[in-house]
Structure formats: C-alpha cells, structure tokens
Design a protein around this ligand. Structure first.
Ligand SMILES: [Zn+2]
Length: 148
C-alpha cells in the first residue's frame, strides 16, 4: 500500500481526477494481486474473493501482467480512462514491489517459469528500511504536491 501510494503520487500529474479519488483507487488496487493469497488484506476486506486462492496459486496468474492489462482495457473502453489509469498503476505497483523480493514475480505466468527476483526478504530488515524510506518519500510528495 505504501508503494502504491508512492506510485499514485508520482503519476498524479498525469490525471485530471481529484487526488482524493485517484490516490485511494491506486492504493486499493495495489492490494488486488494478493487476491491469490488466502490471508491477504484484500481477502479480509472483500470476503467474496476468498475463493480465488482455491483456484490460483500465490504469485501465479494474479501476479502476472495479464490482469492489469485486462483491467486497463476493460475500464478504458468502458469510458473511464482515468479510473483505468489509477487501478492499473496501483496493480502494477504491487507487481513491481513483489519483484524486489526473494520470492519474486513471474510477470508472464503461465507462459513461462521465469521469475524476476530481488534481494529483499519479506518481513526482513531491508523490507522495513524500504517501507520507512517509501513512507518518508510519500510524506514529502504529499507536502509538495498536495499541501504546498
Ligand atoms: Zn503480491
């Protein structure tokens, strides 16, 4: 969610939506890829999605580029390009942040087994340092873009 907010703040100047709508959409969509994990925040917020982990493996299809492409295409052609942008930025920010972890992401699942992996262990010290850094950046960007 912190990286989702950072992504939203970084692309804020590319949307005509109010930050009060755009940023919550980005942050909410940043939760969506973990719909494939039974204890994820999105599955606790939206209980109907709890069936997804029964059929999809964690960091499988929902951690590929295909869902955000579909989301963007469907919502864009429904006439809501700014909403499509917000949801896609949020979704992709999650995929990007997962690529920095040791478990990584297979962005073209199920077409390949290739995973992009990074040095960060989930719940490890580096993750907390990154989280703190991102939150400081978020605070600075909120001041610069929204308050000043
Ligand atoms: Zn994830």
């Amino acid at each position: 969610m912190a990286i989702g907010l950072l992504a939203g703040l970084l692309v804020l100047s590319f949307t005509s939506l109010s930050p009060l709508l755009f940023l919550p959409l980005v942050v909410f969509a940043s939760l969506w890829p973990d719909v494939d994990h039974e204890n994820s925040k999105i599955n606790r917020l939206v209980p109907v999605t709890r069936v997804v982990p029964i059929f999809f493996s964690h960091r499988g299809f929902f951690h590929s580029v295909f869902p955000p492409l579909a989301i963007y295409g469907l919502i864009y052609y429904a006439g809501l390009p700014q909403i499509a942008l917000a949801l896609t930025v949020g979704y992709c920010s999650h995929l990007l942040s997962d690529c920095f972890t040791r478990l990584g992401c297979n962005l073209i699942h199920p077409l390949s087994t290739f995973r992009i992996q990074g040095p960060i262990f989930t719940d490890g010290l580096m993750e907390y340092i990154l989280f703190g850094t991102v939150m400081v950046a978020n605070g600075a960007l909120i001041v610069v873009k929204l308050v000043a």
